[in-house]
Design a protein around this ligand. Structure first.
Ligand SMILES: Nc1nc2c(ncn2[C@@H]2O[C@H](COP(=O)(O)OP(=O)(O)OP(=O)(O)O)[C@@H](O)[C@H]2O)c(=O)[nH]1
Ligand SMILES: [Mg+2]
Length: 243
């Protein structure tokens, strides 16, 4: 006897959840990433109002690799086994149909011992100025290798951005290279980092295993969708209006 065609069971959970669809949309949006520009100092940064999201963290933490994985573009940001590879602020535009609706910035890592003291200081200053004063900075993703935990320079950076986070700027700690930890060490690292995050979110991430990819993509997408641009300066004409 032939079986009647199966009716969808309304009690069973949907196979394609709304979250999956949102994550696919977010990853598709990230895949529109293209190189925008590179800046050695702040006055070389483009003047735009779209929300910017900065990837910060110690040298070798995996910032450039995370950007490449999230955008599914292997050569976009320069990743390398040798620490200290990213030496400028690199900006990548996001948005469909050639429109830019957000920008990701890949910042040089800090804490790399082989960099001369003066260069280190100069960069720390540039970075602090960028994080504190960049008006359209809407979010910060701090990459941290959970095998080392948050180090002194990470803590200093958290202090630097604290006033902006208190004003509502979004902040995420991504625990990178999660593939190097066992499940139970991942869980431990997550709870420790949550205690240290001071109001920020914390997520596990592995570029190698693509772990946490969808969650990170959703975080970025939701940040951009909820971003309220800073008020534009009032357009007062220098000419006297007609009487
Ligand atoms: N196992 C593993 N290795 C990773 C992962 N992400 C990055 N790496 C490796 O870590 C090294 C450093 O990665 P980068 O992305 O260049 O690190 P970065 O933070 O951009 O470094 P700087 O530009 O020096 O600040 C590379 O050898 C990557 O292949 C990961 O999720 N898992
Ligand atoms: Mg890099």
């Amino acid at each position: 006897m032939t079986q009647p065609p199966q009716q969808p069971d309304s009690a069973s959970p949907p196979t394609d959840t709304a979250k999956d669809a949102r994550a696919r949309e977010a990853l598709g949006w990230l895949h529109t990433a293209r190189f925008l520009t590179t800046a050695a100092q702040l006055n070389q940064l483009p003047d735009h109002t779209v929300p910017e999201i900065a990837f910060v963290g110690r040298s070798n933490a995996g910032k450039s690799t995370a950007i490449n994985t999230l955008t599914q573009k292997n050569q976009l940001a320069y990743a390398s086994k040798r620490p200290g590879r990213t030496q400028h602020i690199n900006l990548f535009a996001l948005g469909r149909q050639g429109q830019t609706d957000a920008v990701l910035t890949d910042l040089p890592g800090y804490g790399y011992a082989a960099v001369p003291q003066d260069d280190k200081r100069r960069w720390q200053q540039v970075m602090a100025n960028y994080l504190v004063h960049r008006e359209n900075l809407a979010g910060i993703v701090m990459m941290c290798d959970p095998r080392h935990g948050l180090k002194e320079l990470d803590e200093i950076l958290l202090e630097v951005i604290r006033p902006r986070v208190e004003e509502g700027m979004k902040f995420l700690i991504l625990l990178t290279k999660a593939d190097k930890l066992t499940r139970s060490d991942q869980a431990k690292a997550l709870s420790i980092a949550k205690l240290q995050a001071g109001g920020g979110d914390v997520k596990l991430f592995s570029a190698l295993k693509r772990q946490g990819l969808e969650d990170a993509a959703l975080w970025l997408r939701e940040l951009v969708e909820s971003h309220v641009p800073p008020e534009a300066p009032s357009e007062e004409s220098s000419e006297t209006p007609p009487e």
